[in-house]
Design a protein around this ligand. Structure first.
Ligand code: FAD
Length: 340
């Protein structure tokens, strides 16, 4: 049975999070879906430790700190988060409501949709080596599911960032043999993880290899491993039962482009009164939208979220007269915020 709701927000970046707040002030509850396992969008995924200097009234704030503050601010509104799942389908039903389906099979029946999808869903950077797609899910993986099943296996991990190193350390004791392949000697992962990995390499329980993958090795139709070129171009065959690729995540507009909305240069055109898309009832805020003068700033997403909340209220309750109320003085707002 689909979850029936008034609003689904696609994307839990700063715009999606602040959208929860602005809807909440108007007493509208929301469900939020994000492909990532954590909230915060680009701030949390791409530059959590960097300071931001252009958030009003916060002369300096770390990107992750901003996300944490936003999350705290929306707490009174009890939004339901559905993380680690991508909205793959969005279609309008005959009664005018919308049906959304996620990659995890969650379905929503909703009156309004707010797309706060930023640059798109973050997807793992994939191997482009010939044949890689064919072995995806059986011998080539971009995440680790059920680590217990790897006992006694010979695995290769590709990557030099935190995910690659974290999984190398986590799986090292479970597997029979492990090779970590990174294209150069310097790692992007935290120094403490790199030091631990080096110790394992010295102790012989992990092979460290610098090079680039060139080929998938297949023999008699069976997966055999990968061929790697070292820095001098010399080829090495690495036998493996399974290969795990952790080359980071990159945003991909992906399914958003398939929902029948007008799209202009990978962005969704909206009006600047309601931030509504070409389909009434579907709104777009934050980096994903475009209009004359649009600037892809967190600040813009906040403003857009405020006006979109009023537009959604009008859509849900066309009969209601909307009065602007200040959070400072309105008892209704205080009640909604839980600050009575
Ligand atoms: P995003 O932060 O991109 O979040 C979108 C979310 O939607 C993502 O989490 C994604 O996983 C999710 N999503 C997308 N598609 C789907 C789907 N189909 N299903 C489920 N989930 C989906 N801005 C400033 O104002 N000041 C700065 O100083 C600043 N510095 C920056 C520094 C760097 C290095 C970068 C990369 C950006 C910087 N920005 C800055 C830009 C700022 O981060 C963006 O404007 C902001 O993150 C946009 O927020 P958003 O919520 O619209 O989108």
């Amino acid at each position: 049975m689909p979850i029936t709701t008034d609003v689904v927000i696609i994307g839990a970046g700063p715009a999606g999070l602040f959208q929860v707040f602005e809807l909440g002030l108007l007493d509208i509850k929301a469900h939020v879906v994000d492909s990532l396992p954590q909230v915060g969008g680009q701030c949390a995924k791409l530059y959590p430790d960097k300071p931001i200097y252009d958030i009003p009234a916060l002369p300096i704030v770390g990107a992750q700190e901003l996300v944490d503050r936003l999350f705290k601010q929306i707490k009174p509104f009890d939004a339901q988060f559905h993380l680690s799942q991508t909205v793959t389908e969005l279609k309008q039903c005959e009664d005018g409501r919308f049906l959304l389906v996620t990659s995890a099979g969650t379905e929503f029946d909703t009156a309004a949709v707010i797309i706060a999808a930023g640059l798109g869903a973050f997807q793992p950077r994939k191997l482009r080596t010939a044949g890689a797609d064919e072995w995806e899910g059986t011998h080539i993986h971009y995440s680790v599911q059920n680590p217990g099943r790897l006992a006694g296996k010979n695995i290769v991990i590709l990557g030099g960032g935190d995910s690659a190193l974290d999984w190398a350390l986590e799986l090292n004791e479970r597997v029979e043999k492990m090779t970590l392949v990174h294209r150069r000697a310097e790692y992007r992962a935290q120094a403490a993880s790199v030091n631990k990995m080096k110790k394992l390499a010295e102790a012989g329980s992990l092979q460290e290899f610098h090079g680039m993958i060139r080929e998938i090795l297949v023999e008699n139709g069976k997966f055999r491993g990968v061929k790697i070129a070292d820095s001098e171009g010399k080829m090495h065959e690495l036998e493996a039962d399974e290969v795990f690729v952790f080359w980071g995540l990159s945003p991909n507009l992906g399914p958003v482009a398939d929902w029948g909305l007008d799209i202009d240069k990978r962005q969704i055109p909206v009006d600047t009164e309601q931030f509504q898309t070409s389909v009434p009832g579907i709104f777009a805020v934050g980096d994903i939208n475009t209009y004359p003068g649009k600037k892809k700033l967190i600040l813009s997403g906040f403003h857009e979220a405020a006006l979109t909340a009023f537009a959604v209220q009008k859509l849900l309750h066309p009969e209601k007269k909307i009065h602007l109320q200040y959070t400072t003085t309105s008892p209704i707002m205080h009640k909604r915020l839980g600050v009575d």
